[in-house]
Design a protein around this ligand. Structure first.
Ligand SMILES: C[S@@+](CC[C@H](N)C(=O)[O-])C[C@H]1O[C@@H](n2cnc3c(N)ncnc32)[C@H](O)[C@@H]1O
Length: 373
């Protein structure tokens, strides 16, 4: 046996198991306002932090020592004070920051609490339905994706798709599929007042939050509905849409191929489907050195896989890769599959249309021809 390889593996076990406990501590710090108190008032000593946050000093001191060891908090041993740098605050404390990452911890800890149910699913099949997940999980997903929808969706993603920003400014109808807590629906409605944005999601608590999130935006609607239901309505005189947006949701649906077919059923003849999936490779070996893809691979059984299998679904898991996306599109009967020219390390963007286009024809969201199939 190669001792160096054993030591490397032991090092990874220490790093990753430490990360599991750190997740719990970060979750605690978030819930109790420790990060915010440090960001707003630091440098602080531990009695003052405990006082400001209404917590017990001895626990807070141990929390500070652990968070400092992980590089999340700064410390002056002589002055016995602790603080956050501007960068630490931007990632750990500032709710408005585009780089806030606390949603990841808020997602991870409640997900891990489902471990016993997951063990049963490993043994007997089935899974944990989305509506049976810990109620913190849908809001945590919204928090994880807040930066996407408040900064990137209308700031860089849509403008990168040729022609789409212009059409939205002029006024088109948009279906935001799997809108969750409605942050994407609200962002689109605000940025494009001439367009009509409909968010749909079957998850009742998310829809209730989405109705609040979009309150006062006259060009938005939110409905508790699946995509299949919207498609059935479209075929019986209900609304059709020029743009169908499906962000980070197709892979964990019960029937992803059916969903892509349903997206075509709600689409106007010259409409565009913009469909995004978590980045990462379908070959797990490619994901070894990619910290984000590793997180996604690890959360997959806890979330994307299990919510789909719970309803007898396809169970694709979190990372389908470009090859998986191409396969789904082909199975759903699309003759064209476009890789949209959106630069994002987080999501891969695909474009689908109802029918193959005449070369040279200008449409909503003119694709990047160089990368088109
Ligand atoms: C991972 S969340 C993503 C939410 C949001 N798009 C985002 O990126 O934050 C997936 C969402 O898809 C919704 N969903 C699941 N099946 C659906 C279906 N058949 N039709 C529409 N939405 C669905 C879920 O309720 C959930 O809110």
């Amino acid at each position: 046996m190669d001792t160096k390889k054993i030591n490397e593996l032991l090092e990874n076990v220490r790093r990753d198991s430490g990360g599991a406990f750190l997740t719990g501590l970060a979750y605690i710090g978030d819930r109790l306002g420790l990060f915010q108190a440090l960001a707003e008032n630091g440098p602080l000593d531990s009695p003052r932090l405990a006082e400001l946050s209404g917590t017990q000093e001895r626990y807070v001191r141990e929390w500070l020592k652990a968070l400092t060891a992980f590089g999340y908090v700064e410390h002056d041993p002589d002055a016995a004070t602790w603080w956050l740098t501007a960068e630490q605050a931007a990632v750990l404390a500032d709710e408005e920051s585009p780089t806030l990452a606390m949603g990841t911890f808020q997602f991870a800890l409640p997900s891990l609490l489902h471990t016993n149910e997951l063990i049963e699913a490993f043994r007997h099949g089935g899974g944990i339905a989305y509506e049976d997940l810990n109620p913190e999980i849908a809001p945590a997903i919204d928090r994880m994706h807040r930066g996407w929808f408040e900064h990137q969706l209308t700031g860089s993603w849509i403008p990168a798709i040729p022609g789409l920003d212009e059409r939205l400014r002029h006024g088109i109808s948009v279906l935001d599929v799997g809108c969750g807590l409605g942050r994407s629906t609200a962002a689109l409605a605000r940025a494009y007042p001439e367009s009509r944005i409909t968010g749909i999601d079957p998850h009742e608590p998310s829809v209730e939050a989405a109705l609040e999130m979009t309150a006062g935006l006259a060009n938005s609607r939110v409905e508790q509905s699946t995509l299949a239901e919207a498609a059935a309505r479209a075929e019986t005189g209900g609304p059709t849409f020029d743009l169908v947006l499906a962000i980070d949701c197709i892979h964990d649906m019960t029937d992803p191929v059916g969903a892509l077919r349903d997206a075509r059923r709600v689409l106007t003849d010259d409409g565009l489907i913009v469909w995004s999936e978590p980045s990462g490779s379908s070959n797990p070996l490619d994901n070894r050195d990619d910290s984000l893809a590793r997180v996604r691979a690890a959360l997959s059984p806890y979330h994307c896989l299990t919510v789909s299998l719970a309803t007898g679904g396809a169970g694709l898991g979190t990372i389908i890769g470009e090859d998986g996306a191409r396969r789904l599109a082909a199975e759903a009967g699309y003759e064209n599959f476009e890789i949209l020219p959106v630069e994002s390390p987080l999501q891969a963007f695909y474009g689908l249309r109802k029918q193959a286009r005449d070369p040279g024809e200008e449409q909503v969201g003119e694709p990047n021809r160089t990368r088109r199939d």
